[in-house]
Design a protein around this ligand. Sequence first.
Ligand SMILES: [Zn+2]
Length: 395
Amino acid sequence: MPDNLFKIITGCKSTSARLAELALLHGAVRTPVFLPVGSHATVRSLTPGDLEEIGIKMILCNAYHLYLRPGIDLIVKAGGLHNFMGWGKPILTDSGGYQIFSLSSLRKISEDGVLFRSHVDGSEHHITPEKSVSMQQDLGADIIMALDVCPDSGSKKADLARTIPVTTRWAERCQRAYHNNGQLLFGIIQGGIYRELRGTSAEQITALDFPGYAIGGLSLGESKSDMWDTVDYTVKLMPLDKPRYLMGVGSPEDIFEGITRGIDIFDSALPTRVARNGALYTRKGRINIRRFIYRDKMEPVEASCKCFTCSNFTAAYLHHLFKCEELLAYRLATIHNLFFMNDLLDEIRRSISEGSFKEKKMEFLSNYQTTHEDKRIEQKIRSAEIKRGKEFTDC
Ligand SMILES: [Zn+2]
């Protein structure tokens, strides 16, 4: 990786937070950054113009979903993922490892790759590290991810231990299959919540000299203290001069905790998923706009918010739209939550630059009521969607 691709601008004196700039094919991105999830080449209910207006600089799409529908060939025919979805800014694609292990059935992992059944139509597929890289290179994302084995959160240590060398050998094969055309291929460190396994994985993956590294396999149901212990331990084993990506983490309080530890990139479907369920972020915590108390609140969801939704509509109107299950509800709520996240990251980057990140964190967390029930609610939504026969796609 040439020196100028990831430039650290300034570091925080009292934490490991850092402000940096990552040069990508479709433009430079300042980190720390949060990526909204657009599994099917769309951030649900929003247009690329909406994302631009919110100020989003980069999004995540899932190679697994795009491979199954509409198919990589079709996206190549459209001129690549950026052209296909009408988004000109950077994209990161997930290799599909997580989705294969969380969504599909009949998984058979061998040294060669993974055999699985599509969660859409039950068809059988075989993905190898080479195929995963080739798919992502064809899609044309700015950052692509090595294929990894991403076991369930409840996996036993001995079972997890067996997958670590497989993930390493797959990472090597991804690297060999990769043709350098300016896309950045990141390696993924696995190992569950076990220090010994994270240590082995971090040592082996960082030895491969990727231009960036991700911590995978967290935020899958383990306790927050286990998650942060693991990040604390793992991040110290990652190179200082390369971007660090914490996969699947994205609640406002977790963003602060991750940045404190030196994480640069986050992604999560949480802000958009909960928005569609009527949960809206405010500086005091998350509110449920469906509640009766918002029925006649003739003010925006948050008076200080400059988003399109709060600039034009009252909480009462949003409450009404949700009660009637109007499609506009999902769009307006998603705009607000993504604006909230983007605005927060803007403030955080500014605070790091001004040397006041620690104060910013204290100020935010002293006002923000964290939602301890995030996990429970997520699981509830997830199981409800499955019960209704809807596929659970933005994971
Ligand atoms: Zn707003």
